[in-house]
Design a protein around this ligand. Structure first.
Ligand code: IMP
Length: 432
């Protein structure tokens, strides 16, 4: 009964989508457990990249059932657009293949407006969000005024539900110029339309998933974003609004901790971050541009250029700890080809002290100076390597040193976006 959790060990964009897509070959079910349309998971389908935002990355495998778990915030418009665009590629989306939790919360148009308004208000903290309305939807959830996917099953009750949620936003709506204020009846009509279209997919996924786990099905729980963006463990307040870590896989799916059999952390061979917030190993100027271009580091959801820097072993070791990672998958090793030397941050220096653990305060992380270990690089392109043994000795040495510093076995190393570019390390623990 393998139930594997896949989480990001950095600040998102580690290549979780591609890894889940690869692992999904052997999975019966793939579950998204948190986040919303802020995520951008790129998978390769028939040789072309496909960006997924809400639908789990297993969708390209015909035998896999995909679940949007209770911990996800679902923007129905974004979801229907995604269903349509996947269908146009020939990927069949049916209620047998896609199940949406009745307990998941809905992101409505005014959540996106609230997200944007907060980002634009000069006096407030700017986070660099994706403006997909994710934070405001979670606010409503925790404030107990949210509208859930299951509410769409009872259209006659929707008006009253929407009224409660609407009243909560009155001050915000009133501050908008009259012609920009959303119209209650228009939003209600939109909700009723979604109710019709999404009805067949709505499922008590908590019961269904537990039944499947009890029946011995192979389940993958797919995290979005990364540990550094976790609302509790990340670089607060520069985080997303959900638990991106392994604990969130339980609360966001209804599968209990006792059913989880392994936790796979995904880390890039270097580090990237989108949006505001501390980033100790960030490179600057030409060096940053060089790494960004080599790694094609642009956001799958917003197209924003990602900030880039060296591998931060303090962050990934912390991620391995809070997630209880049983193995790591290292991605994009090929991007480092051509550097005469490669660097790994092994600790931070802060006001004369050496820090070897990840501090809670963002201002400390802003001030730290990374302490680097420098290793010899390699020139050979790796994209044609199809086994661990074929990797240049210096690339292998780099991976082994990361493994030692993080303290968790590295199971796979990726050297390109295709499924065939995932190399198993010979001594690797089995992921399933
Ligand atoms: P939000 O999740 O849109 O509220 O954005 C909060 C922070 O998380 C911002 O720094 C975003 O750039 C970041 N973020 C959200 N989703 C992703 C993702 O899928 N990859 C990387 N960063 C993300």
């Amino acid at each position: 009964m393998p139930v594997v959790v896949v989480v990001g060990a950095q600040w998102g964009d580690e290549g979780k989508g591609a890894m889940v897509d690869t692992l999904a070959e052997d999975a019966d079910i793939v579950v998204r457990f948190q986040g919303g349309a802020n995520a951008g998971h790129t998978v390769i389908y028939k040789g072309k990249p496909v960006a997924l935002h809400l639908i789990p990355s297993g969708i390209t495998h015909e035998h896999t059932v995909c679940v949007i778990g209770n911990g996800v915030v679902v923007d129905p418009k974004a979801l229907l657009d995604e269903i349509e665009s996947l269908s146009s590629l020939g990927i069949s989306i049916t209620p047998e293949r896609l199940k949406i939790s009745d307990r998941a919360h809905l992101t409505l148009p005014y959540h996106r407006m609230l997200d944007a308004a907060r980002e634009m208000a000069g006096s407030r903290l700017r986070l660099g969000t994706t403006r997909r309305g994710v934070g405001p939807t979670y606010v409503d959830k925790v404030d107990r005024v949210g509208i859930r996917v299951g509410d769409l099953k009872f259209p006659e009750r929707l008006e009253a539900k929407l009224r409660i949620n609407w009243e909560h936003k009155q001050a915000f709506f009133n501050a908008l110029p009259p012609d920009e204020r959303p119209d209650f009846n228009a939003v209600l009509d939109e909700l009723l339309r979604y109710a019709d279209l999404l009805q067949p997919y709505i499922t008590d996924t908590v019961t269904w998933l537990n039944e499947q786990a009890n029946a011995g099905k192979r389940i993958l729980l797919e995290g979005a974003q990364g540990t550094g963006l976790d609302v509790d463990f990340g670089t607060y307040p520069f985080v997303t609004s959900s638990n991106t870590t392994a604990g969130g896989a339980c609360t966001g799916s209804g599968l209990p901790p006792t059913k989880i059999t392994s936790v796979l952390g995904i880390a890039k061979a270097y580090t990237t971050r989108v949006g505001e917030g501390p980033f100790p190993t960030e490179l600057h100027g030409e060096e940053q541009v060089k790494l960004r271009e080599k790694g094609r580091e642009y956001g799958a959801t917003t197209g924003r250029p990602r900030r880039c820097g060296w591998f931060d072993a303090v962050l990934v070791r912390y991620a391995a700890t809070v997630n209880g990672c049983t193995a790591l998958a290292l991605t994009k090793l090929d991007v480092l080809s051509g550097y005469p030397e490669v660097k790994i941050c092994v600790a931070y220096r802060w006001r004369g002290e050496t820090l070897t653990t990840f501090p809670a305060e963002s201002f400390v992380l802003e001030e730290v100076e990374p302490i680097y270990e420098t290793l010899p690089g390699w020139d050979e392109p790796l994209s044609e390597c199809r086994s661990w043994e074929k990797l240049p000795a210096n690339a292998q040495r780099f991976v082994m040193r990361l493994q030692e510093l993080v303290g968790v076995p590295i199971a796979t190393v990726s050297v390109g976006p295709e499924r065939s570019c995932v190399l198993m390390k010979p001594d690797a623990p089995s992921i399933w």
